[in-house]
Ligand binder design. Structure first.
Ligand code: ADP
Ligand code: MG
Length: 677
């Protein structure tokens, strides 16, 4: 049986077993699925192709008996000459005195080690007697702990494969193996440890990558299905005609991407299940317009709607654009921390007796005193800025309301289908037509005068600029000092010709608000700011975004900041001031100047930073795949997702016998149980 303890295998003593346990190998099955983390490929190359300092493999005939010298306490050096392609090569082996007995003049030997092209010398890390053709080219390398050596583990796996290999049963239905040309499980396990060729190894890895991804996606899909079906009774029967009328009054036509997302959301609203959907779209792609239509649809179904955003400024902007779009059609209120006392009480009463249709607000709207008459539709903007608990509180203010999360931080598809596998995702991947791409430049700090000068000229033309000030790591107090200094510098530079404003996180809400209003009204032309300006602010007349220390931001954040400009019909500019030290930093700046599409950027960011860094290690919630790599194997991830979707939709796990092994596997998985508790 595969679940027998690994100590059943010959030669596994207590100490060895302990070390194996540290490596999470308890059963024979654990051992069989403990795959090497890499393979050393020993490939013999002609001497002329060997590169100095590389790890190489050569084959030759030993010319004379090796000589052994000892030095230090326990150290030894074994040297011998061998003849390779009629050239004399020197071999050096450290601390392997025992090898002297095995290596004899006249023998053919294969050596792997570091090549010194100047001295024609190899420092041996691995040797095999005999010519290279006689031995496996590809050597597994396992990650190890304690007493376990690579050699011992390899031998043990060999035994396990021989004695237990035929008990490994297939879990994937034949259909998939056939369609994707995957080797069967038994064969693939053996190949993962002892590949006969690189091609065979590639297919074995493909097989386990698919298996892992499929299991993961199945778990996510099942979770989503269970979550969905555990909610009932919120089918919103909206008035299609009225909704069409509402859209017809917009001063623009929806883009195809907006239309598609809208249809997906409305379909969810009509369904008896609770919607749990993420709407992704670049800044300015028109998410708010879509959100407005859905809110309106909810109203025609007799429900109330709520929109929660992370900052007051953003709340006010949403309030303005929504009141404009809705006109007389709805009673909309703005509920933020600044609404206090009697006004707040009046507002909460009106929300509770349904004289208010839509509430837009910050955290203020999830306080205890706010209760809705009939909250049917909830939108959370920039959802990653809220905690799980805050989102839950808002949701619980209604009876199973449909929930739409919105984000302007483009999440790479690869991550989205993995991290948000239990959510539905709509994507607006198209900009309204007529937008001009923001021209992006990368500059060094010594060109700053020229940049200030350029800003001055644009301001003369009636345009405006943001300058995001330098960052200091220690504290944001010092960042504020930087902002203040830069502000004074600019006031001096521009004298009376330009009005400069200053914004940072220590200002009161009223002060920030006042400055933003002055900027929006073009009373201030150049706004110096810390990154508080990042989210959602909309001043179409601003055409220049200067970002100091751009190398310190992630690509997605830079893209967010850049999204503050290019919102009107004038040509806009983004200037990144950066002096990155490493290659990756330079590459990132280059990508910024070349890529305007937020999704492409986020894919690049993901490749450069890796998935852990992308979300921040702690809260990533991303699975650790053993064989598959989310980034490189993203096609397989998508294929697996589609297959999982079909399996769950058609209920194949329950109804089709060939899925039985997969079902058993899932039933034994603790993941689902944990997530559902
Ligand atoms: P987002 O919320 O995704 O950042 P918004 O919904 O705020 O984007 O839209 C940005 C700007 O584009 C707004 O001024 C909005 O009126 C306008 N807009 C939205 N959709 C369209 C469209 N289909 N065609 C033209 N302009 C649009
Ligand atoms: Mg918006």
């Amino acid at each position: 049986m595969l679940n027998e303890p690994v100590t059943q295998l010959k030669g596994v003593g207590d100490k060895f077993a302990e070390s194996l346990a540290d490596m999470n190998i308890h059963t024979v099955e654990d051992l069989l699925f403990y795959f090497p983390y890499r393979f050393d490929v020993f490939e013999i190359k002609p001497l002329s192709e060997l590169i100095h300092d590389d790890k190489v493999t050569i084959e030759g005939r030993i010319v004379h008996e090796p000589s052994l010298t000892f030095f230090g306490k326990k150290k030894s050096r074994l040297t011998f000459n061998l003849e390779v392609e009629n050239v004399a090569i020197k071999a050096v082996m450290f601390n392997r005195a025992f090898a002297k007995k095995q290596i004899n003049a006249g023998d053919t030997i294969t050596l792997t080690g570091k090549w010194d092209a100047h001295r024609l010398q190899i420092t041996v890390s691995n040797y095999q007697k005999g010519p290279a053709a006689d031995q496996a080219e590809i050597q597994p390398q396992y990650s190890l702990k304690g007493d376990v050596t690579n050699y011992k583990l390899k031998k043990l796996v060999q035994t396990a494969v021989k004695e237990y290999g035929n008990q490994i049963d297939e879990i994937l239905p034949e259909h998939y193996l056939h369609t994707y040309k995957l080797p069967n499980r038994r064969e693939a396990v053996a190949t993962m440890h002892f590949p006969e060729s690189r091609v065979a190894l590639k297919h074995a890895r493909r097989r386990f990558t698919y298996e892992e991804f499929l299991l993961f996606q199945l778990k996510m899909q099942l979770l989503r299905k269970i979550k969905r079906e555990s909610t009932t009774g919120n089918a919103q029967h909206y008035d299609k005609q009225k909704v069409d009328g509402f859209i017809g009054d917009f001063p623009f036509k929806l883009t195809n991407a907006q239309e598609k997302s809208l249809i997906q959301i409305l379909r969810d609203m009509e369904s008896p299940y609770r919607m749990n959907r993420l709407l992704q779209g670049d800044v300015g792609s028109g998410k708010t317009a879509v959100a407005a239509i859905c809110l309106f649809a909810a109203l025609t179904a007799g429900k109330q709607g709520a929109l929660m955003v992370p900052t007051e400024i953003l709340a006010e902007q949403h309030y303005q654009s929504l009141t404009e779009l809705f006109g007389e059609r709805a009673n909309i209120v703005l509920l933020t921390g600044s609404v206090k006392g009697k006004r707040r009480r009046e507002m909460t009463v009106a929300i509770e007796d349904h004289s208010i249709d839509i509430v837009i607000g910050t955290h203020a709207l999830i306080q205890d005193d706010v209760s809705f008459a009939d909250l049917g539709f909830v939108i959370v903007d920039e959802q990653h800025r809220f905690g799980v608990e805050q989102r839950r509180i808002l949701r619980d203010k209604g009876l199973n309301p449909d929930v739409l999360f919105m984000t302007a931080t483009p999440i790479p598809r690869t991550l989205a289908i993995t991290a948000f596998g239990d959510m539905d995702v709509s994507v607006i991947d198209e900009m309204p037509s007529g937008r001009k791409e923001v021209e992006t430049y990368w500059a060094k700090e010594n060109t700053i005068e020229r940049i200030f000068n350029f800003i001055g000229k644009r301001v003369e033309e009636g345009e405006q600029a943001y300058i995001i000030c330098p960052l200091i790591e220690e504290s944001d107090k010092m960042d504020i000092q930087n902002a203040v200094d830069l502000y004074h510098q600019l006031e001096e530079y521009y004298a009376d010709s330009v009005e400069v404003g200053l914004m940072h996180g220590r200002l009161s809400t009223d002060e920030k608000d006042g400055i933003m209003k002055d900027f929006a009204a073009n009373k201030v032309q150049v706004l110096v700011s810390t990154t508080v300006v990042e989210v959602g602010v909309n001043v179409p007349n601003a055409t220049i975004m200067v970002i100091y220390d751009a190398e310190r931001f992630g690509l997605s954040q830079l893209h967010q900041l850049r999204g503050r400009v290019g919102r009107g019909d004038k040509q806009s500019y983004c200037i990144l001031i950066a002096d990155p030290k490493g290659e990756i930093g330079k590459e990132r700046m280059r990508i910024m100047t070349e890529t305007a599409n937020g999704f492409e950027l986020s894919e690049e960011d993901l490749k450069l930073r890796g998935p852990g860094d992308f979300f921040g290690k702690k809260q990533s919630g991303l699975p650790d795949f053993k064989v598959g790599d989310m980034i490189h194997d993203y096609r397989a991830l998508e294929t697996a997702r589609q297959d999982a979707q079909e399996i769950v939709e058609k209920n194949l796990l329950e109804e089709n016998a060939s899925f039985y092994p997969l079902r058993i596997m899932l039933e034994n998985d603790t993941f689902l149980h944990d997530k559902l508790d």
